[in-house]
Structure formats: C-alpha cells, structure tokens
Design a protein. Sequence first.
Length: 134
Amino acid sequence: MVLIRSPTKSSEAANDCDAHSRLALGLIDEELKEDESPFFEWISLLPRNFANVLWFNEDQITLTQQTFFKYIVDTWVDEIKCMQKAFKVIWPELVVGKKAELEIHMRVKWAYSIVKTRGFAFDVSRNSTMLIPL
C-alpha cells in the first residue's frame, strides 16, 4: 500500500506545524509532481471547494467566533499560516510574482481541507493520520 506522507524536504521547515499540516504539505508535494506522482489520478479527483471554516466569509467567521467552535477557527487559521511559512521554505521557486501569496494561500487551504475531511487516524495520535488514496 502506498501512502501520502509529509515531503522529506518539509521536515525542518514544517517542524512548528501540526501533524495534519505536515501531511497536507505532503499532499501539495505530490500535487506539484503532477503526472510523476503515483497519486496523480486520485489527486485530480479531489474536490476543490469546501464548506469548512477556512472557506467562510467574514460574517460567517464572526458568527463562528461567538460559538463553541471558535477554537477550530483559531487553530485552523494558525495552521494555515504555519503551512504558508513552510511552503515558502520548501518551494521557494514558486514564491514569485504578485499572485504568489494568493496562490500559496489557496493551495495550503485546499490541502489542509483535504486532510481534515479525508484523513484517517489509526490510533489516538494526530501523527497517525494518513491519506489513503483508494
């Protein structure tokens, strides 16, 4: 069985990030390889839009901040920032041009959403979460 894991290059750059973020960086690594990745076809089938807090508009985030789920917004936003920082270290060649910041933000938001909606944990540890392309 072949699994998606954190990219080797990310270990140093992503040390401050959560295990789910590191796994999302591994997904980005595979996506960037395009047809060289054994996961190319599976990745192309993954959704590009989500309805989770990362995709909420300002009003929805404000409403969520007033609920029990505030911690999700805060945690996920912090992880996106950590992933963006790691992305710039891992793939510096992609951090060029005016649109780079937005493209990086959208790519990490997408990958983190995939992990959060399709990750499987094999024990109580967040480090056991994997993506299993089927």
